[in-house]
Design a protein around this ligand. Sequence first.
Ligand code: ADP
Length: 556
Amino acid sequence: IQTPLTDLEIARKADMRPIQEVAAAADIPAEALEPYGKYKAKINVSKLPQKTQTGKVVLVTAISPTPAGEGKSTVTVGLADALSRLKKKTMVALREPSLGPVMGMKGGATGGGYSQVLPMEEINLHFNGDIHAITAANNTLSALIDNHIHHGNLLQIDPRRITWKRVLDLNDRALRHITVGLGGPAHGVPREDGFDITVASEIMAILCLATSLSDLKERLGRIVIGYTYDKKPVTAHDLEAEGALAVLLKEAFKPNLVQTIEGTPALIHGGPFANIAHGCNSIMATNTARQLADIVVTEAGFGADLGAEKFMHIKARQGKFSPDAVVIVATVRALKMHGGVPKQQLKAENAEAVRAGLPNLEKHIDTIRRFGLEPVIAVNRFTSDTPEEINEILNWCRLHQTEAVVADVWEKGGQGGLELAEAVCRQLNQPNHFAPLYSPGEKVADKVQTIVKEVYGGEDVHFTDKAQKQLAAIEQNGWDTLPICMAKTQYSFTDEPGRIGRPQEFTITVREIIPKIGAGFLVCLTGEMMTMPGLPKQPAAMNMDLDDSGHISGLM
Ligand code: ADP
């Protein structure tokens, strides 16, 4: 029996075109292209020919993730390659991978099988330095805060009320709570601090939501780093920090151009997680792609309850566009898990368990329809799926007047996604009835209620005493008109990861509300969500190696 090639082996065998050719085919003029080696480049958007952004946006989202894997990035890339095969001018817009999952459990984020973006290794590791630049900008602000306090604390910053944390783009639980400034008067003022993962930082969100360099700088200046002794907010602008931060982000702010295995141009830029941040690639990348292509296929993280909800309420609103079509990725394996099958028993055929898991898909379909959009279901086929199991999904969808097609893009690339591409094109020809579920002017509690009831299917929201106090302060400071960024487990509609499937009659507890004024949203922390993840017992890092010729192995 032949063992299938790994993602890395497939990627390495692929023929890449020089990035100049990819750019030329995408109508990106040479003066706007800044090559980073042979196969990657940054785009200087100001040098692109002026053209209105008319490309239609196809959002790829998914059912609630399980450890069985869903394959959103894989389907995003495969769908784009299929659209290219149908001669549609298409571009992919994706997030940059974080080293947290690469070294942790999930592996990379460049798709899989014959639907990948290339060069896979370089995108998964240190991609054009963007995430390092964000880390540096974030920690410069931390250094400026501690330096300010050390040199007399003119702003009267209360060291106990500093909300700005240091960041590192790794899963490192030991850094969640730390003490800085130890060692005596020459070494700063001691205070409690902590690290978040870079992809959860406000700077990452700002880079993803800013629409110009001046917008970037203004947002950086608006960051609230903490409070004074009399509880007044202190901003990055008060510390005169925004100029330096913008300088550090100058190159990172330019979208990165790469290609798919089949040569479709892809913009990969910005990488916030969707459970503890807003989960979408940058507005710069999406809007640049809308300017260059007729169809932009993009992805929002985790299930439609997280990434897609934030895509609709945060990204689309700030980027001033409407999503035109939505694809919900489902797999037989994940539905079986939602239907109660443990991971070890996923190989055995079990159409009944698929049926038992379908209510999870049903809720995500319901959510997308509430936004006025008609989803297409992509059944991402694994070779172990049986026809009976796949038919269980297709028949259910037919019965519920929902378009569903099998996507074979992992095994066959764009060729395996033609049916999906045709279904998406049909949706793109329909009138667009997109409408958000809440307006920013509503009360914070009402906005959260709407998300919990309409998107999660819950009954109610409970705000802890701490969250209520924070809410009062948020209203007092006039920040209550900002949209909500829920921080919730990706595994469940509830705030408890174990409650998979489609739980009923639950309440979500908001334990803390963190204003991110630069990003322009209020983060509501629920359940046990951590903004600095930890590594699992057997991290992916333990399988990686480098041989004498410089070849990497074990990168997933
Ligand atoms: P997501 O974007 O939903 O997190 P990815 O597209 O990154 O998921 O895929 C996660 C992993 O699952 C990748 O290693 C990919 O190769 C694998 N995968 C995705 N689809 C399939 C499939 N149809 N068959 C086998 N493996 C797949």
